[in-house]
Design a protein around this ligand. Structure first.
Ligand code: ZN
Length: 205
């Protein structure tokens, strides 16, 4: 906690004054253009990966970057998605999976989650992704395959949300599926050629 307090002091004394004009504008204007859905994993930092400033990304983070399909009752994820699309009018949604994902590893390797029943229940939202993983894939390759399948499955589930379906039908929204590699900084685009990422440099040996 001491580290957090020191961080706040540093923000207030050094970072905030340098961007005071930006923050003054943001106080009266919330107009992000992208909804970024990532894992809650502490190693995945959407604003850092995309080099976005405050106010530019509307972020939803869930364990395993899972998106529950639309249901008749409201939940926090659905409300955030609806708000981003229907109220803020974002033009893009990125679902970003990542390497070494604990949630995907637990599923791919069939971990015993009896001591974490909420996690076990939540991970059922990746059931469809599991069906896309080749039975022959094992170890790290199996986890990596599930990470990719999961991003694609969650993009499909996004389209069950009425606000998303409506914006897609009007051509007002584009969906993107990415996978971020923690060790190299590489970002793989699973959903087309819109983003042309240059291959990330390998860390110095
Ligand atoms: Zn994760």
């Amino acid at each position: 906690m001491r580290d957090l307090a020191a961080g706040v002091r540093s923000f207030q004394q050094e970072v905030f004054p340098a961007k005071a004009e930006l923050f003054a504008g943001l106080a009266a204007r919330h107009a992000p253009d992208t909804l970024f859905i990532s894992c809650s994993d502490a190693r995945v930092v959407p604003e850092l990966i995309t080099q976005r400033e405050p106010g530019e990304l509307f972020v939803v983070r869930t364990a395993g970057n899972l998106v529950p399909a639309h249901m008749p009752y409201a939940d926090g994820t659905a409300a955030s998605i609806e708000y981003a699309v229907a109220v803020l009018g974002v033009t893009d949604i990125v679902v970003c999976g990542h390497s070494s994902c604990g949630a995907m590893t637990a599923l791919a390797e069939g971990h015993d989650l009896s001591g974490a029943p909420a996690v076990a229940g939540w991970l059922r939202h990746a059931d469809a992704a599991m069906t896309g993983v080749p039975g022959s894939a094992t170890g790290a390759a199996r986890v990596a395959a599930l990470v990719r399948e999961n991003v694609l499955a969650q993009l499909t589930r996004l389209t069950t949300h009425p606000a998303v379906a409506g914006a897609l039908s009007r051509g007002a929204l584009t969906l993107h599926g990415w996978v971020y590699d923690i060790a190299t900084g590489a970002v793989e685009n699973l959903t087309g050629a819109v983003e042309n990422f240059t291959p990330a440099a390998r860390p110095a040996a």
